[in-house]
Design a protein around this ligand. Structure first.
Ligand code: EPU
Length: 416
Protein backbone atom coordinates (compact mmCIF):
# COMPACT_ATOMS: atom_id res chain seq x y z
CA UNK A 1 0.00 0.00 0.00
CA UNK A 2 1.18 3.48 -0.81
CA UNK A 3 0.87 6.18 1.85
CA UNK A 4 1.86 9.82 2.16
CA UNK A 5 3.28 11.43 5.31
CA UNK A 6 3.08 15.17 5.76
CA UNK A 7 4.45 17.37 8.54
CA UNK A 8 2.10 20.33 8.40
CA UNK A 9 2.28 24.07 8.89
CA UNK A 10 5.13 24.72 6.47
CA UNK A 11 4.94 27.79 4.28
CA UNK A 12 4.58 27.03 0.56
CA UNK A 13 6.66 29.38 -1.57
CA UNK A 14 7.79 29.15 -5.19
CA UNK A 15 6.04 27.87 -8.29
CA UNK A 16 3.86 24.86 -9.12
CA UNK A 17 3.45 24.17 -12.84
CA UNK A 18 0.12 22.64 -13.71
CA UNK A 19 0.08 19.48 -15.85
CA UNK A 20 -2.32 18.44 -18.59
CA UNK A 21 -5.88 17.71 -17.52
CA UNK A 22 -6.65 14.18 -16.40
CA UNK A 23 -10.20 14.32 -17.67
CA UNK A 24 -9.03 15.48 -21.10
CA UNK A 25 -6.19 13.00 -21.44
CA UNK A 26 -8.43 10.09 -20.50
CA UNK A 27 -10.76 10.92 -23.40
CA UNK A 28 -8.07 11.88 -25.94
CA UNK A 29 -6.17 8.60 -25.56
CA UNK A 30 -9.12 6.26 -26.35
CA UNK A 31 -10.05 8.63 -29.21
CA UNK A 32 -6.80 7.58 -30.91
CA UNK A 33 -8.64 4.39 -31.92
CA UNK A 34 -10.59 6.51 -34.43
CA UNK A 35 -7.48 7.41 -36.40
CA UNK A 36 -4.26 5.88 -37.68
CA UNK A 37 -1.64 7.99 -35.88
CA UNK A 38 -2.30 10.55 -33.18
CA UNK A 39 0.08 12.78 -31.24
CA UNK A 40 -0.96 14.00 -27.80
CA UNK A 41 1.22 16.55 -26.00
CA UNK A 42 1.24 17.68 -22.37
CA UNK A 43 0.01 14.30 -21.13
CA UNK A 44 0.00 14.14 -17.31
CA UNK A 45 2.09 11.57 -15.42
CA UNK A 46 -0.81 9.82 -13.67
CA UNK A 47 -1.83 6.22 -13.18
CA UNK A 48 -5.12 6.63 -15.11
CA UNK A 49 -3.10 7.44 -18.25
CA UNK A 50 -0.93 4.34 -17.69
CA UNK A 51 -4.07 2.21 -17.38
CA UNK A 52 -5.39 3.50 -20.72
CA UNK A 53 -2.02 2.85 -22.35
CA UNK A 54 -2.25 -0.74 -21.09
CA UNK A 55 -5.72 -1.15 -22.63
CA UNK A 56 -4.56 0.34 -25.94
CA UNK A 57 -1.55 -2.01 -25.95
CA UNK A 58 -3.85 -4.96 -25.30
CA UNK A 59 -5.96 -3.92 -28.29
CA UNK A 60 -2.86 -3.87 -30.47
CA UNK A 61 -1.98 -0.16 -30.66
CA UNK A 62 1.65 0.96 -30.65
CA UNK A 63 2.46 3.70 -28.16
CA UNK A 64 5.63 5.77 -28.07
CA UNK A 65 6.31 7.96 -25.03
CA UNK A 66 8.71 10.88 -25.04
CA UNK A 67 8.44 12.85 -21.80
CA UNK A 68 4.91 14.24 -21.84
CA UNK A 69 4.26 13.42 -25.52
CA UNK A 70 2.39 10.30 -26.62
CA UNK A 71 2.38 9.06 -30.19
CA UNK A 72 -0.29 6.42 -30.68
CA UNK A 73 -0.39 4.29 -33.79
CA UNK A 74 -3.76 2.54 -33.84
CA UNK A 75 -3.59 1.06 -37.36
CA UNK A 76 -3.28 -2.51 -36.10
CA UNK A 77 -5.92 -2.34 -33.40
CA UNK A 78 -8.08 -5.48 -33.18
CA UNK A 79 -11.54 -5.37 -31.79
CA UNK A 80 -11.09 -7.64 -28.78
CA UNK A 81 -13.47 -7.63 -25.81
CA UNK A 82 -12.06 -5.40 -23.05
CA UNK A 83 -11.67 -7.66 -20.03
CA UNK A 84 -13.38 -7.05 -16.71
CA UNK A 85 -10.00 -6.33 -15.13
CA UNK A 86 -9.20 -3.60 -17.68
CA UNK A 87 -12.72 -2.15 -17.55
CA UNK A 88 -12.45 -1.93 -13.77
CA UNK A 89 -9.16 -0.08 -13.74
CA UNK A 90 -10.73 3.34 -14.22
CA UNK A 91 -13.91 5.18 -15.11
CA UNK A 92 -12.62 6.36 -18.47
CA UNK A 93 -12.31 2.79 -19.77
CA UNK A 94 -15.90 3.45 -20.96
CA UNK A 95 -14.59 5.74 -23.70
CA UNK A 96 -13.56 2.59 -25.54
CA UNK A 97 -17.29 1.95 -26.01
CA UNK A 98 -17.77 5.02 -28.21
CA UNK A 99 -14.38 4.70 -29.91
CA UNK A 100 -14.66 0.96 -30.77
CA UNK A 101 -18.28 1.37 -31.83
CA UNK A 102 -17.29 4.15 -34.24
CA UNK A 103 -14.40 2.16 -35.71
CA UNK A 104 -15.68 -1.45 -35.72
CA UNK A 105 -19.45 -1.04 -35.13
CA UNK A 106 -18.96 -3.29 -32.13
CA UNK A 107 -17.72 -2.79 -28.57
CA UNK A 108 -17.56 -5.36 -25.80
CA UNK A 109 -16.62 -4.43 -22.25
CA UNK A 110 -17.68 -4.42 -18.62
CA UNK A 111 -19.10 -1.73 -16.37
CA UNK A 112 -16.30 0.80 -15.82
CA UNK A 113 -14.37 1.26 -12.56
CA UNK A 114 -13.43 4.60 -11.02
CA UNK A 115 -13.81 6.28 -7.66
CA UNK A 116 -16.75 5.03 -5.58
CA UNK A 117 -18.48 8.37 -5.16
CA UNK A 118 -21.98 7.33 -6.21
CA UNK A 119 -23.79 4.75 -8.35
CA UNK A 120 -22.55 6.41 -11.56
CA UNK A 121 -24.84 4.62 -14.04
CA UNK A 122 -24.11 4.70 -17.80
CA UNK A 123 -27.73 4.73 -19.00
CA UNK A 124 -27.34 8.04 -20.87
CA UNK A 125 -24.31 6.74 -22.80
CA UNK A 126 -26.26 3.63 -23.80
CA UNK A 127 -29.36 5.62 -24.72
CA UNK A 128 -27.20 7.71 -27.06
CA UNK A 129 -25.69 4.65 -28.75
CA UNK A 130 -29.17 3.17 -29.19
CA UNK A 131 -30.43 6.37 -30.77
CA UNK A 132 -27.57 6.12 -33.25
CA UNK A 133 -28.86 2.68 -34.19
CA UNK A 134 -26.80 0.39 -31.96
CA UNK A 135 -28.16 -2.65 -30.17
CA UNK A 136 -27.13 -3.21 -26.57
CA UNK A 137 -26.93 -6.58 -24.86
CA UNK A 138 -26.27 -6.55 -21.14
CA UNK A 139 -25.45 -9.62 -19.06
CA UNK A 140 -24.54 -8.82 -15.47
CA UNK A 141 -21.70 -6.31 -15.73
CA UNK A 142 -20.96 -7.06 -19.37
CA UNK A 143 -22.11 -4.89 -22.27
CA UNK A 144 -22.03 -5.83 -25.94
CA UNK A 145 -22.87 -2.94 -28.24
CA UNK A 146 -23.28 -3.65 -31.95
CA UNK A 147 -24.56 -1.78 -34.98
CA UNK A 148 -24.97 -2.66 -38.64
CA UNK A 149 -24.57 1.01 -39.26
CA UNK A 150 -24.67 4.14 -37.13
CA UNK A 151 -27.11 6.76 -38.36
CA UNK A 152 -27.03 10.39 -37.24
CA UNK A 153 -30.02 11.69 -35.31
CA UNK A 154 -31.00 14.24 -32.64
CA UNK A 155 -30.10 13.17 -29.10
CA UNK A 156 -31.37 15.25 -26.21
CA UNK A 157 -29.47 14.34 -23.04
CA UNK A 158 -31.64 14.18 -19.89
CA UNK A 159 -28.57 15.46 -17.96
CA UNK A 160 -25.43 17.08 -19.40
CA UNK A 161 -23.21 14.12 -18.56
CA UNK A 162 -19.54 14.63 -19.40
CA UNK A 163 -18.94 10.96 -20.16
CA UNK A 164 -22.10 10.49 -22.23
CA UNK A 165 -21.40 13.64 -24.28
CA UNK A 166 -17.89 12.38 -25.08
CA UNK A 167 -18.94 8.82 -25.86
CA UNK A 168 -21.82 9.85 -28.14
CA UNK A 169 -19.61 12.47 -29.81
CA UNK A 170 -16.99 9.84 -30.65
CA UNK A 171 -19.56 7.39 -32.00
CA UNK A 172 -21.25 10.12 -34.07
CA UNK A 173 -18.04 11.18 -35.86
CA UNK A 174 -18.38 8.13 -38.13
CA UNK A 175 -22.17 7.82 -38.26
CA UNK A 176 -24.02 8.41 -41.52
CA UNK A 177 -25.52 11.89 -41.66
CA UNK A 178 -25.93 14.53 -38.97
CA UNK A 179 -26.09 13.99 -35.22
CA UNK A 180 -27.17 16.81 -32.93
CA UNK A 181 -26.37 16.38 -29.23
CA UNK A 182 -28.60 18.71 -27.22
CA UNK A 183 -28.05 19.58 -23.55
CA UNK A 184 -24.44 18.49 -24.05
CA UNK A 185 -21.95 18.97 -21.23
CA UNK A 186 -19.76 22.07 -21.72
CA UNK A 187 -16.72 21.15 -19.61
CA UNK A 188 -13.54 22.48 -21.30
CA UNK A 189 -12.17 18.94 -21.58
CA UNK A 190 -14.88 18.22 -24.17
CA UNK A 191 -13.68 21.18 -26.26
CA UNK A 192 -10.18 19.71 -26.11
CA UNK A 193 -11.50 16.44 -27.58
CA UNK A 194 -13.47 18.34 -30.24
CA UNK A 195 -10.18 19.99 -31.29
CA UNK A 196 -8.48 16.61 -31.70
CA UNK A 197 -11.41 15.10 -33.60
CA UNK A 198 -11.55 18.10 -35.96
CA UNK A 199 -7.81 17.76 -36.52
CA UNK A 200 -8.42 14.12 -37.51
CA UNK A 201 -10.98 15.30 -40.08
CA UNK A 202 -14.24 15.14 -38.12
CA UNK A 203 -16.94 17.71 -38.85
CA UNK A 204 -18.16 19.18 -35.56
CA UNK A 205 -19.84 22.49 -34.82
CA UNK A 206 -20.75 24.04 -31.48
CA UNK A 207 -17.52 23.54 -29.52
CA UNK A 208 -17.92 24.72 -25.89
CA UNK A 209 -21.69 25.13 -26.27
CA UNK A 210 -24.51 22.87 -25.14
CA UNK A 211 -25.39 21.84 -28.70
CA UNK A 212 -22.91 19.81 -30.71
CA UNK A 213 -23.63 19.14 -34.39
CA UNK A 214 -21.62 16.34 -35.90
CA UNK A 215 -21.67 15.45 -39.59
CA UNK A 216 -20.36 11.93 -39.93
CA UNK A 217 -17.37 11.20 -42.16
CA UNK A 218 -16.13 7.90 -43.60
CA UNK A 219 -12.51 8.17 -42.53
CA UNK A 220 -10.51 9.95 -39.85
CA UNK A 221 -6.76 10.21 -40.08
CA UNK A 222 -3.81 11.82 -38.26
CA UNK A 223 -4.54 14.24 -35.44
CA UNK A 224 -2.45 16.27 -33.01
CA UNK A 225 -3.52 17.99 -29.82
CA UNK A 226 -2.12 19.50 -26.64
CA UNK A 227 -3.91 18.55 -23.43
CA UNK A 228 -5.37 21.65 -21.77
CA UNK A 229 -4.17 22.50 -18.24
CA UNK A 230 -5.86 20.57 -15.44
CA UNK A 231 -8.28 23.04 -13.84
CA UNK A 232 -8.91 20.75 -10.86
CA UNK A 233 -5.19 20.28 -10.16
CA UNK A 234 -4.77 24.07 -10.46
CA UNK A 235 -7.73 24.67 -8.13
CA UNK A 236 -6.31 22.25 -5.56
CA UNK A 237 -2.92 24.00 -5.47
CA UNK A 238 -4.54 27.44 -5.38
CA UNK A 239 -6.40 26.26 -2.27
CA UNK A 240 -3.08 25.06 -0.81
CA UNK A 241 -1.69 28.54 -1.44
CA UNK A 242 -4.65 30.26 0.24
CA UNK A 243 -4.18 27.95 3.24
CA UNK A 244 -0.37 27.98 3.52
CA UNK A 245 1.23 29.98 0.74
CA UNK A 246 3.58 32.91 0.65
CA UNK A 247 3.07 34.17 -2.89
CA UNK A 248 2.73 30.62 -4.17
CA UNK A 249 2.62 30.82 -7.97
CA UNK A 250 0.35 28.33 -9.73
CA UNK A 251 1.42 28.58 -13.36
CA UNK A 252 0.73 26.99 -16.77
CA UNK A 253 -2.97 27.15 -15.99
CA UNK A 254 -6.10 28.65 -17.54
CA UNK A 255 -7.87 30.96 -15.02
CA UNK A 256 -10.88 31.26 -17.37
CA UNK A 257 -11.66 27.60 -16.69
CA UNK A 258 -11.85 28.25 -12.95
CA UNK A 259 -14.18 31.25 -12.88
CA UNK A 260 -16.48 29.88 -10.21
CA UNK A 261 -13.68 28.89 -7.80
CA UNK A 262 -11.84 32.20 -8.25
CA UNK A 263 -15.11 34.14 -7.76
CA UNK A 264 -15.75 32.32 -4.48
CA UNK A 265 -12.19 32.86 -3.26
CA UNK A 266 -12.55 36.57 -3.93
CA UNK A 267 -15.89 36.68 -2.10
CA UNK A 268 -14.49 35.06 1.04
CA UNK A 269 -11.51 37.44 1.08
CA UNK A 270 -8.76 35.09 -0.05
CA UNK A 271 -5.42 36.64 -0.94
CA UNK A 272 -5.10 35.76 -4.62
CA UNK A 273 -3.88 37.59 -7.69
CA UNK A 274 -5.16 36.32 -11.00
CA UNK A 275 -2.87 36.69 -14.03
CA UNK A 276 -3.11 35.57 -17.63
CA UNK A 277 -1.90 31.98 -17.18
CA UNK A 278 -1.30 31.93 -13.47
CA UNK A 279 -2.69 32.64 -10.01
CA UNK A 280 -0.60 33.77 -7.04
CA UNK A 281 -2.02 32.70 -3.68
CA UNK A 282 -0.99 33.55 -0.13
CA UNK A 283 -2.10 32.42 3.32
CA UNK A 284 -5.31 34.30 4.04
CA UNK A 285 -6.53 35.21 7.49
CA UNK A 286 -10.08 36.27 8.47
CA UNK A 287 -11.76 34.38 5.65
CA UNK A 288 -15.55 34.80 5.46
CA UNK A 289 -17.76 31.71 5.43
CA UNK A 290 -19.82 30.95 2.33
CA UNK A 291 -22.52 28.68 0.92
CA UNK A 292 -21.58 26.69 -2.19
CA UNK A 293 -23.66 24.42 -4.45
CA UNK A 294 -21.82 22.17 -6.89
CA UNK A 295 -23.02 22.26 -10.49
CA UNK A 296 -22.06 21.31 -14.02
CA UNK A 297 -19.62 23.61 -15.85
CA UNK A 298 -19.39 26.59 -15.60
CA UNK A 299 -20.81 26.12 -12.08
CA UNK A 300 -18.73 25.14 -9.07
CA UNK A 301 -17.06 21.80 -9.92
CA UNK A 302 -17.91 18.78 -7.82
CA UNK A 303 -14.25 17.79 -8.18
CA UNK A 304 -13.28 20.78 -6.00
CA UNK A 305 -16.02 20.26 -3.42
CA UNK A 306 -13.88 18.09 -1.15
CA UNK A 307 -10.71 20.22 -1.54
CA UNK A 308 -12.51 23.49 -0.70
CA UNK A 309 -14.03 21.88 2.40
CA UNK A 310 -10.53 21.81 3.89
CA UNK A 311 -10.14 25.55 3.28
CA UNK A 312 -13.54 26.47 4.74
CA UNK A 313 -12.49 24.86 8.04
CA UNK A 314 -10.28 27.98 8.36
CA UNK A 315 -13.10 30.49 7.67
CA UNK A 316 -14.72 32.46 10.50
CA UNK A 317 -18.29 31.17 10.74
CA UNK A 318 -20.66 28.64 9.26
CA UNK A 319 -20.29 27.49 5.64
CA UNK A 320 -22.50 25.04 3.79
CA UNK A 321 -21.63 22.96 0.73
CA UNK A 322 -24.36 21.19 -1.19
CA UNK A 323 -23.22 18.35 -3.47
CA UNK A 324 -25.63 17.94 -6.38
CA UNK A 325 -23.67 15.67 -8.74
CA UNK A 326 -22.74 12.59 -6.67
CA UNK A 327 -24.53 10.89 -3.75
CA UNK A 328 -21.43 9.71 -1.91
CA UNK A 329 -18.74 12.34 -2.12
CA UNK A 330 -18.24 13.20 1.55
CA UNK A 331 -15.88 10.41 2.57
CA UNK A 332 -13.24 12.96 3.61
CA UNK A 333 -15.55 14.48 6.26
CA UNK A 334 -15.09 11.76 8.88
CA UNK A 335 -11.31 12.24 8.81
CA UNK A 336 -11.48 16.05 8.85
CA UNK A 337 -13.67 15.68 11.94
CA UNK A 338 -11.03 13.42 13.53
CA UNK A 339 -8.37 16.02 12.71
CA UNK A 340 -10.32 18.64 14.68
CA UNK A 341 -12.81 20.23 12.27
CA UNK A 342 -16.33 21.06 13.44
CA UNK A 343 -18.13 19.54 10.47
CA UNK A 344 -21.27 17.50 9.86
CA UNK A 345 -23.21 15.93 7.00
CA UNK A 346 -26.96 16.35 6.56
CA UNK A 347 -28.17 14.56 3.43
CA UNK A 348 -26.52 16.21 0.45
CA UNK A 349 -25.11 19.13 2.43
CA UNK A 350 -22.20 19.56 4.79
CA UNK A 351 -22.00 22.26 7.43
CA UNK A 352 -18.60 23.54 8.47
CA UNK A 353 -18.34 25.65 11.60
CA UNK A 354 -14.97 27.41 11.45
CA UNK A 355 -12.37 28.24 12.32
CA UNK A 356 -10.82 25.09 13.77
CA UNK A 357 -7.23 24.14 14.30
CA UNK A 358 -6.34 20.84 12.67
CA UNK A 359 -4.07 18.24 14.23
CA UNK A 360 -2.17 15.55 12.32
CA UNK A 361 -3.70 12.05 12.46
CA UNK A 362 -3.67 8.77 10.56
CA UNK A 363 -6.38 9.04 7.87
CA UNK A 364 -7.44 7.00 4.84
CA UNK A 365 -8.26 8.06 1.32
CA UNK A 366 -11.38 6.61 -0.27
CA UNK A 367 -11.30 8.45 -3.60
CA UNK A 368 -9.16 10.86 -5.60
CA UNK A 369 -10.53 14.20 -4.43
CA UNK A 370 -11.06 13.03 -0.84
CA UNK A 371 -7.33 12.34 -0.92
CA UNK A 372 -6.62 15.84 -2.22
CA UNK A 373 -8.79 17.29 0.57
CA UNK A 374 -6.88 15.32 3.22
CA UNK A 375 -3.54 16.42 1.77
CA UNK A 376 -4.66 20.08 1.97
CA UNK A 377 -5.80 19.55 5.57
CA UNK A 378 -2.52 17.80 6.45
CA UNK A 379 -0.46 20.65 4.94
CA UNK A 380 -2.02 23.09 7.40
CA UNK A 381 -2.34 20.76 10.41
CA UNK A 382 -0.14 20.79 13.50
CA UNK A 383 2.21 17.78 13.49
CA UNK A 384 2.35 14.73 11.26
CA UNK A 385 -0.49 13.23 9.19
CA UNK A 386 -0.30 9.83 7.54
CA UNK A 387 -2.63 9.44 4.56
CA UNK A 388 -3.22 5.82 3.62
CA UNK A 389 -4.37 4.39 0.28
CA UNK A 390 -2.96 7.30 -1.74
CA UNK A 391 -3.14 5.19 -4.90
CA UNK A 392 -6.37 7.11 -5.53
CA UNK A 393 -4.51 10.44 -5.43
CA UNK A 394 -1.90 9.16 -7.88
CA UNK A 395 -4.74 8.56 -10.35
CA UNK A 396 -5.09 12.26 -10.91
CA UNK A 397 -2.26 14.36 -9.41
CA UNK A 398 0.96 13.85 -11.38
CA UNK A 399 4.24 14.21 -9.42
CA UNK A 400 2.34 15.57 -6.42
CA UNK A 401 5.06 14.79 -3.89
CA UNK A 402 7.75 16.45 -6.02
CA UNK A 403 5.57 19.47 -6.80
CA UNK A 404 4.80 20.08 -3.12
CA UNK A 405 8.37 19.33 -1.92
CA UNK A 406 9.72 21.90 -4.40
CA UNK A 407 7.64 24.64 -2.77
CA UNK A 408 8.62 23.79 0.80
CA UNK A 409 6.19 21.11 1.98
CA UNK A 410 7.51 18.30 4.20
CA UNK A 411 5.94 15.36 2.40
CA UNK A 412 7.03 11.85 1.48
CA UNK A 413 5.54 8.87 -0.31
CA UNK A 414 6.07 5.46 1.30
CA UNK A 415 5.38 1.95 0.08
CA UNK A 416 4.33 -0.08 3.11
N1 EPU B 1 -25.07 10.02 -14.80
C1 EPU B 1 -26.17 9.20 -14.99
N2 EPU B 1 -26.22 8.43 -16.13
C2 EPU B 1 -25.23 8.46 -17.06
C3 EPU B 1 -24.12 9.31 -16.86
C4 EPU B 1 -24.07 10.08 -15.71
O1 EPU B 1 -27.06 9.15 -14.15
O2 EPU B 1 -25.34 7.75 -18.05
C5 EPU B 1 -24.97 10.81 -13.56
C6 EPU B 1 -23.79 10.33 -12.71
O3 EPU B 1 -24.16 9.23 -11.91
C7 EPU B 1 -23.45 11.54 -11.90
C8 EPU B 1 -23.76 12.68 -12.86
O4 EPU B 1 -24.63 12.14 -13.85
O5 EPU B 1 -24.29 11.62 -10.79
C9 EPU B 1 -22.54 13.27 -13.52
O6 EPU B 1 -21.88 12.31 -14.29
P1 EPU B 1 -20.99 12.63 -15.57
O7 EPU B 1 -21.32 11.61 -16.59
O8 EPU B 1 -21.09 14.06 -15.93
O9 EPU B 1 -19.55 12.36 -15.00
P2 EPU B 1 -18.47 11.34 -15.50
O10 EPU B 1 -18.31 11.45 -16.97
O11 EPU B 1 -18.70 9.99 -14.91
C10 EPU B 1 -16.54 13.08 -15.34
C11 EPU B 1 -15.22 13.09 -14.65
C12 EPU B 1 -15.43 13.21 -13.15
C13 EPU B 1 -16.22 14.49 -12.87
C14 EPU B 1 -17.52 14.50 -13.67
C15 EPU B 1 -18.28 15.79 -13.52
C16 EPU B 1 -13.89 11.68 -16.07
C17 EPU B 1 -13.22 10.39 -16.30
N3 EPU B 1 -14.53 11.84 -14.94
O12 EPU B 1 -17.20 11.93 -14.82
O13 EPU B 1 -14.14 13.33 -12.58
O14 EPU B 1 -16.54 14.53 -11.50
O15 EPU B 1 -17.22 14.30 -15.06
O16 EPU B 1 -17.50 16.88 -13.88
O17 EPU B 1 -13.82 12.58 -16.91
C18 EPU B 1 -12.60 13.32 -10.82
O18 EPU B 1 -11.78 13.78 -11.64
O19 EPU B 1 -12.37 13.24 -9.59
C19 EPU B 1 -13.88 12.84 -11.33
C20 EPU B 1 -14.69 12.07 -10.62
Amino acid sequence: MKQIKIVGNKTLKGEIKISGAKNSAVALIPAAILSDQVIIENVPNISDVNALDDILNYLGAEIYKEEDKLTINAKKVNNKPITEEFSNMLRASYYFMGALLARFKKAEMYFPGGCKIGARPIDIHLMGFEKLGAKIENEGNKYTITANKLIGTEIDLPFPSVGATINILMAATKAEGVTIIKNAAMEPEIGNLVDLLIDMGAKIEGKDTNTLTITGVKKLSGGKVKVIPDRIEAGTYILAGVMNGDNLVISNMEPNHLGSLLGILEQIGANITVGKNQVIASRSLNLKPIDIVTDVYPGFPTDLQQPITSLLIMANGISHIKETIYENRFQNVKYLDEMGADIEINGDTITINGPSKLIGKVVTTSDLRAGAALILAALSAEGETTIKEVKYVLRGYGNIVKKLTNVGAEICLEDV
